[in-house]
Design a protein around this ligand. Structure first.
Ligand SMILES: O=C(O)CCC(=O)C(=O)O
Ligand SMILES: [Fe+2]
Length: 449
């Protein structure tokens, strides 16, 4: 058990044990001297913090800052040694031809180029800035709470790589392996990167789902659409179970001729330009908040995301304007159009469009699907809702709308709207998904969320 003033002469850095101040690493022109490793409290008020119980209630901050007062010196792994008096002070034993090891409490100690090296100043500056970043941002701002234990440099050359521009040149690796010197710790966990702001309102409050579908059916500004209600939660005042042409259930509505012929063929061509690729499922959620792409047994179609030129195309833009006017949901709440192509034998088995974890994330839940049929299919390819016993045939220009959530609980999944794309038996089927979310999907994804 180490106390104040205890010094360790031997330290393990990335598996190499360095004794008596010297260890040769794989870069044989570089040698390292270990820092003196003291378990000591880094704040004046540690005793007070310990007395107040912060070692228990705020251990993430208090343990590394007040290890003595909290009595956790013995818990420290040697991979995360404490800094000496300054984050990267010159070591007394430093001499010509040796390289200092800058200790840190945010990952493995960093190698610093020897005096006279061109890289030296850049690395020292990086370490200084990284230290401030850690103290003033990571340890201070609440949203970094989920990443404080993940925020560490994994390699002793992180600072050098960063000084040489690798944070931008080799962004993916560096964000994961050297997040402190790249100042990107928030990217390590979705809750830090994309804090959920409860003050930003959702697109749908209670009752808005119903209001939207009623408007689609009744509003005079939408009367030019060929709208057919297949399913809705209640009867119109004059309808009865005998007379109604719809069933009772969640809203499911089709609008024929929502797109004209030019628009459908343009979308098909734009999808081909983007390149159709084998579809994947939304797989397991990863720590950084992204989802694994699962090449799927249950979804054998191909698809293309309508990004860039496809999204910028005037036809795409007109269709977005139309969908915005129809749904009154801001277009930035929608994912980009996902274009689908099914060959004979291809299908998408029963699934739900709702994504389980999204409701408390910056993007919010998927709330509504507008599915666009881009061509007439010779045989098969219906969109079938097994719970509702309702199958919708593909028809060029037709839009099919259904909610993924409940009117009274718009963050909760409506299990009844699970659906499948039945196998195409003859001809090719083209379609496009517009998935609307509760919140700003485009802005969130631009921020990497
Ligand atoms: O192709 C269809 O009819 C529906 C496709 C679908 O449900 C989806 O892509 O999520
Ligand atoms: Fe779907």
């Amino acid at each position: 058990r180490y106390g104040v003033g205890d010094a360790l002469d031997t330290i393990t850095v990335n598996g190499k044990t360095c004794s008596n101040g010297i260890c040769v690493d794989q870069f044989d022109h570089w040698q390292t001297v270990p820092m003196t490793w003291k378990c000591r409290d880094l704040r004046d008020d540690c005793t007070l913090r310990a007395v107040r119980g912060l070692c228990q209630t705020d251990s993430l901050y208090t343990h590394p800052h007040c290890p003595v007062a909290c009595g956790v010196c013995h818990n420290r792994t040697r991979e995360i040694p404490f800094e000496t008096s300054a984050p990267f002070s010159s070591h007394p034993r430093n001499r010509q031809g040796l390289v200092e090891v800058a200790g840190s409490r945010f990952g493995v100690p960093q190698l610093i180029p020897e005096r006279g090296s061109d890289d030296r100043q850049g690395v020292l500056d990086r370490m200084q800035d990284a230290h401030e970043y850690w103290e003033d941002v990571v340890m201070e701002e609440d949203r970094y709470q989920p990443v404080r234990t993940l925020c560490r440099n994994e390699y002793e050359l992180c600072a050098l790589w960063a000084a040489r521009g690798e944070c931008t040149n080799n962004e993916r690796f560096m964000k994961k392996s050297c997040p402190v010197v790249c100042y990107t710790c928030e990217t390590l966990h979705v809750d830090a990167l994309c804090p959920f702001d409860p003050n930003i309102p959702n697109a749908w409050q209670r009752g808005d789902l119903n209001r939207m579908f009623k408007r689609i059916v009744h509003d005079p500004t939408l009367a030019h659409y060929q709208t057919t209600v297949l399913s809705r939660p209640d009867y119109e005042p004059n309808d009865t179970v005998e007379t109604a042409s719809y069933q009772i259930g969640p809203w499911v509505v089709i609008i024929d001729d929502f797109l004209n012929e030019t628009e459908t063929s343009t979308l098909i061509a734009l999808g081909a330009d983007q390149g159709y690729e084998r579809s994947t499922d939304v797989g397991e959620i990863l720590e950084d908040g992204s989802y694994e792409d699962d090449e799927s047994e249950t979804r054998t179609s191909t698809n293309a995301w309508c990004y860039n030129e496809c999204d910028d195309h005037e036809v795409t833009q007109i269709i977005w304007e139309r969908m915005t006017f129809l749904t009154q949901i801001p277009p930035e709440n929608s994912e980009s159009l996902q274009m689908l192509r099914y060959e004979p034998g291809q299908f998408y088995a029963v699934h739900h469009d709702y994504i389980e974890n999204d409701w408390n994330r910056a993007v919010g839940s998927r709330i509504l699907t507008v599915f666009l049929y881009l061509n007439d299919v010779e045989e098969g390819g219906a969109t079938n809702f097994p719970e509702l016993e309702l199958a919708v045939q593909p028809k060029r220009g037709r839009a099919l709308l259904w909610p993924s959530v409940l009117d009274q609980y718009p963050h909760k999944k409506d299990d009844r709207t699970e659906h499948e794309a039945q196998v195409v038996t003859k001809g090719i089927k083209y379609g496009a998904n517009a998935w609307f979310h509760q919140r700003d999907y485009q802005g969130s994804t631009q921020n990497g969320c």
